[in-house]
Design a binder for this molecule. Structure first.
Ligand code: CO
Length: 449
């Protein structure tokens, strides 16, 4: 089929955001990202992920770098390439819900600073948490991409994923992404899922996967065979393992199969050389192991979650409890309605599983766990454990409305509090209230010196 129907596949290179996040903890400074971006500009890639996810957090907290300037400069370096960001639904680039008015301000500011494509996801896949973001993007005229989180559980079926994609299309998104944040999707499922999506929705389909289990390239190819329109990949120095399928290899292999990406392999190779020298310069932030790790095929616990858990337990001298916690994680997931393991739910599940093992099952119910059970994050994919829910509700009713309905407007207050600041600066205060003062202090010192 592929050979007689040459088809265009759009490449989104995600080296500058997820690549950096997956391999060197998002620590790459703007000047070094720009070196790579300038080389990427005329490679023929359709899009580049440059912002969102952890970038805002790391810019403010560690790098003391203006996150807005980062978005702007990267767009300027690649004017012909669509700049994409990852936005955590109503959580924006943080870990809990914001009021709708802050969501509008944030999306407008991101668009103003150069973001063309917004990939929206919600950790619970509750599409109501996408709603306001989608409406705000519509106002800016930019592209909205609704993501369905790929995970494995007894309640996650092809039909379930497809119905989520349909819901997103009904809400008006311009494209749908399969967000396989843990690299769990296998080539057969990728083929089946994309085939089903292509039948069910009209908007283009975009695959995001990682290579943790070594299946990334196979899954990308099978997805394209099934009609996937867009693929995420990274330049070779960032590819594989905790990273993603490789841009150059995909471009080469797709061509052999009659799929055209419009990319220039020579130019990509030059960009890759630049990316390699940048990655080498950030060696100190590399995880001790970032290769393929197939344990996940058995444990279904993402590599990033495993490595955080391992280092936490090492710090607490409790590494001997690791196996018990690994066994406890699926039980907690089940109690919490089989939520996917992605920011912030992965942190919530791991923390509760650790409490359960160390102190006895649900001797302590962490605040975040309680809020999840109360429905404050939204509707979970499967039903939650009713007994636990009763315990935390203490006679009250669970939240069933769109969670942000319960958050009063925040912007007027913020404006009053920070009268001489731009929207962009106020948003830094709104999103990271604890880190903002240190950040602005450091910026002031920088300017003075
Ligand atoms: Co990812």
């Amino acid at each position: 089929m592929a050979a007689d129907q040459p088809k265009k596949v759009r490449i989104f290179d995600i080296t500058l955001r997820d690549g950096s996040q997956s391999k060197v903890a998002t620590r790459i400074k703007l000047e070094d990202l720009l070196r790579v971006a300038r080389k990427m500009a005329d490679t023929g890639i359709y899009g580049a992920e440059t912002w969102g996810g952890a970038t805002f957090d790391v810019c403010v907290r560690y790098l003391r770098e203006d996150p807005w300037e980062r978005a702007r400069k990267l767009k300027e370096a690649m004017p012909g390439v669509k700049s994409m960001m990852l936005i955590r639904g109503q959580n924006l680039v943080a870990y809990s819900n914001f009021a709708d008015d802050v969501v509008y301000k944030f999306v407008h500011a991101a668009a103003r600073n150069g973001i063309d494509v917004f990939r929206i996801f919600d950790a619970l896949d509750d599409i109501r948490n996408h709603e306001t973001v989608i409406k705000a993007i519509k106002e800016t005229g930019k592209i909205s991409e609704g993501a369905v989180c790929y995970t494995i559980s007894p309640v996650h079926t092809i039909e379930k994923f497809v119905s989520k994609a349909r819901e997103l299309e009904d809400k008006g998104v311009d494209q749908v992404a399969i967000k396989d944040m843990a690299g769990l999707i296998d080539p057969a499922t990728a083929f089946e899922l994309v085939s089903s999506l292509k039948k069910a929705v009209k908007v283009p389909i975009h695959l995001h996967t990682h290579d943790n289990c070594g299946m990334g390239m196979m899954s990308a190819l099978k997805a394209v065979e099934a009609g996937c329109d867009m693929i995420d990949s990274v330049l070779s120095p960032f590819a594989g393992g905790t990273g993603h399928p490789c841009t150059e290899s995909l471009v080469f292999a797709f061509h052999q199969f009659g799929y055209e990406t419009g990319c220039d392999l020579n130019k990509l190779t030059e960009a890759a050389a630049e990316a390699k020298s940048v990655r080498m310069a950030y060696k100190e932030f590399e995880a001790p192991y970032s290769g393929v790790d197939c344990r996940m095929l058995v444990t279904q616990i993402p590599g990033g979650v495993m490595s955080n858990l391992t280092s936490q337990l090492r710090d607490q001298n409790a590494l001997d409890r690791l196996e018990e916690i690994i066994d406890e994680i699926p039980r907690v997931r089940e109690d919490l309605g089989w939520i996917p393991l992605v920011t912030p739910t992965s942190q919530i599940v791991v923390a509760q599983a650790t409490f359960n093992v160390m102190l006895g099952r649900y001797t302590i119910i962490a605040n975040h766990t309680a809020n999840l059970l109360k429905g404050m994050y939204g509707e979970t994919p499967g039903p939650v454990n009713k007994e636990l829910q009763r315990r935390v509700l203490k006679g009250e009713q669970p939240t069933t409305v769109r969670p942000a309905e319960l958050i009063p407007p925040m912007w007027p207050e913020l404006q009053k509090k920070f009268p001489n600041m731009t929207d962009e600066e106020i948003l830094i205060h709104a999103i990271f209230p604890h880190e903002a003062s240190g950040y602005f202090e450091a910026k002031k010192l920088n300017r003075a010196s």
